[in-house]
Design a protein around this ligand. Structure first.
Ligand code: ZN
Length: 257
């Protein structure tokens, strides 16, 4: 069994064939899915999907860091959490500095940091893990986490940091997520052997980050097996070992049934 811990089945890329995508993934051994919101609309949609596929798809509510520029209101998410107890996580949220350069960057970064801190406080308040997105922003990410009253449980999704960032994540008991780009990224081929398999989860980030040999196609959860195989190769472990351990990690982190 595999668990896709980060898959955007709530995006309109899957509106026309979502049930087929889920059925095909199940045939390929991917049995459970965590569907993170990137804004209020997709967070609501994640809840609708969870009602359609109970015990199969699970909800996370949050605003992607790109939403920070609109200074979104977290109260609607708070209401969703109270009304729909099936949410298993908060996010995806975090910091993404990749697109920011020049003189306007500082203001945008500080809005992202404030939005991230609000998500973390919500995660701590509800006792839920947090799904963190971090791109070109690791030192600020750890700074924000370190100023919180307590460290939330959580995962740095689609980990793209270096060895130092990996160590910082481990010191904070955070999990890291590995995606399809591990099948072609030279940087990840160097980092993955250093990852602690007991704190690693697998994810597709579908419809993005399609693994080899399907690059150029829309990514789907059924392709998670390619990521699992590559991780087994890089970690010098069996595929079965990777599947068992990462599924157990996902069940424990997100308290899945
Ligand atoms: Zn995502």
């Amino acid at each position: 069994m595999l668990i896709d811990t980060h898959t955007h089945l709530n995006l309109n890329e899957f509106d026309s064939d979502r049930s087929v995508v889920i059925a095909n993934a199940k045939k390929a051994g991917v049995k459970k899915f965590i569907v993170p919101g990137i804004d209020e609309f997709t967070s609501r949609k994640s809840i609708e999907i969870a009602y359609q596929y109970p015990g199969t798809t699970f909800v996370s509510v949050g605003y992607h860091p790109y939403e920070a520029q609109h200074e979104p209101d977290l109260r609607p998410l708070e209401l969703l959490l109270r009304k729909h107890q099936e949410s298993v996580a908060i996010g995806e949220c975090g910091l993404d500095y990749h697109i920011y350069t020049g003189e306007q960057a500082e203001g945008k970064k500080s809005r992202q940091k404030s939005l991230l801190a609000q998500h973390c406080e919500m995660a701590i308040h509800h006792g839920l893990p947090i799904i963190l997105h971090s791109r070109d922003a690791f030192s600020d990410l750890f700074d924000v986490l370190d100023t919180l009253p307590t460290m939330p449980k959580g995962v740095i999704h689609c980990f793209s940091g270096g060895l130092q960032d990996l160590r910082m994540a481990a010191e904070r008991n955070l999990f890291v997520g590995i995606d399809g780009n591990v099948t072609y990224s030279k940087q990840l081929a160097l980092i993955v052997p250093h990852m602690d398999i007991t704190r690693t989860v697998l994810e597709t980030d579908a419809p993005y980050l399609t693994p080899v040999p399907h690059r150029g196609e829309r990514n789907e959860p059924k392709h998670l097996i390619h990521t699992a195989k590559k991780v087994a190769e890089l970690k010098n472990l069996t595929l079965q070992n990777i599947m068992d351990q990462t599924s157990a990690n996902a069940i424990s982190l997100f308290q899945l049934p």
